[in-house]
Design a protein around this ligand. Sequence first.
Ligand SMILES: NC(=O)C[C@H](N)C(=O)O
Length: 594
Amino acid sequence: MTAASLDKDLAMSSAVQKALVWYRSRIQSIRWTEYLGKLVATDKDGASSSTVQNSRFSSRTRIASILGRPDGGAGLAGQKVRISGWVKTGRGQGKGTFAFLEVNDGSCAANLQVMVDASVSDLSKLVATGTCLTADGCLKIPPKGKGTKQKIELRADKVTDVGTVDPATYPLPKTNLSQEYLRDITHFRIRTKSCAATVRTGSIAAKLVDGFFDEELFTFVHTPIITTCDCEGGGETFQVTTLIKQSEKLERDVVMNIEAAKLIVEEKGEAVAQLKAAKASLQEIAALVAELDEAEEALAEVEEIKSRLKPGLPYKDGKIDYSKDFFCRPTFLTVSGQFQLESCSRGIGDVYTFGPTFRAEKSHTSRHLSEFRMVEAEIAFAGLEELMNCAEAFVKYICNGLLEKGYDDLKVLAEKFDKDCIDRLKVAATTPFGRVTYTEAIKLLEEAVAQGKTFEKQVEWGIDLASEHERYLTEVLFQKPLIVYNYPKEIKPFYMRLNDDGKTVGAMDVLVPKVGELIGGSEREERFDVLMERVEEMGLSAEQHEWYTELRRQGTANHSGFGMGFERMLLFATGIDNIRDVSLFPRYPGRADL
Ligand SMILES: NC(=O)C[C@H](N)C(=O)O
């Protein structure tokens, strides 16, 4: 059995076929001007307008609306504009009589060339890389010369709002900087061309997520960030508690009280001594001594409280007393919004969420973050087949959308990180994904081993596929995205629907080249008795899962859902090697900058 023959044998479902035809026709009909959306004005004939488009909420013109036009901005020659941005490179010319500045404002990857005459501004303050400025002037077609690439440039007649840099300490000199170096300056790295392209790509992808579910009529739900359940059951949760702060505060208060009481005792003691030295009346002295006694008693009292105070967390019956905690119970940062979505799905049908997710896994790999964004969908009245169709259509939609709307940035990223990333996106956008059962996948891997391929983790039925297995399947055997389904129940969570074989569950993972697992999902167990058996089998607390299992007793329904790590999608799209570089402010063990 080969991957290719398997693939051919797997008849594509009509839903995916339909989605493919639709997406292909869509991609053909999209024009460049649509890619730029509202940035570029188009006249009735579809030609670019010769009027510059100002940003609606500031007086500047975005550079993308000049350079992003089909004519590269040439049709705007003669127009007056104001641009604002940061100098990428600046060079004085004509013995210091004028300067060329390559200015970028982040609206697109390309820079606008700005020519500034020495009579307009002090050029020495403008040419350093990183300088911020606003330039007013007229757009001109540059004289044709050797190596002139620009279709348009700005001749500045006014330069204002100059934010100078100190070139000696500016952390982003022009040289090619390593990703590791940039990770240490997260507050500046957005100013690099590749980081800006990554963030714009992420922005487009995020809008596409909403676009897909909007078109498919899913309802968006905000699932909570603070939760009481560990959906994935791995215990890799960050705890949310105010107990530590409370106990620290209590200790601080007692210490402050002791200090205050000591001060009063000292003052009273000094006052008594002064009265005695001044030979005051016995009556006066006795009154003050009484006050001193009182102060000493108060001090003894707070000291006694301190001795009784047990520093640290409150305990009851040998366990931490969570009734004293903020929510009166243990709470965590969410690892998944799935359970909440499942409850929603049983009332309003198809739902999705897209938000921050946290895993306190001590993972130092290039594919894990402690805080990431997850897209999760729950499809009502749908089984595994429909779930796979939805996940495939979703990935295709994002890949197509990125190729349509973010091509320029993808080109920047392909050049810098991985020249194959655009081709991989095209394959994912247009080719039906492979589909194999877990059992078939294991057979394929065993065949590979028999032919001499070595893996660190031994291949046998029942193992959790490691990243090396997943990548071999999708990168080498299928050379395109692949869905593996029907996994052994032992390696999957309790909520996945038990198949009739009693051994596997209706789970599926979407694997993509370069990344491995992109999406994980399953058909949910809707049968109360079977679910309870699984809860017991896995040694879980029935009480803790009561609300979840209760949903199966009252109007149960079959439904399926998946979750996609958003940053993993960006890894796939951008070709970047490390997930810490697709998240602008990454959190991982030992690091939470800014
Ligand atoms: N919503 C999902 O199916 C995602 C799943 N709970 C996960 O965290 O992988």
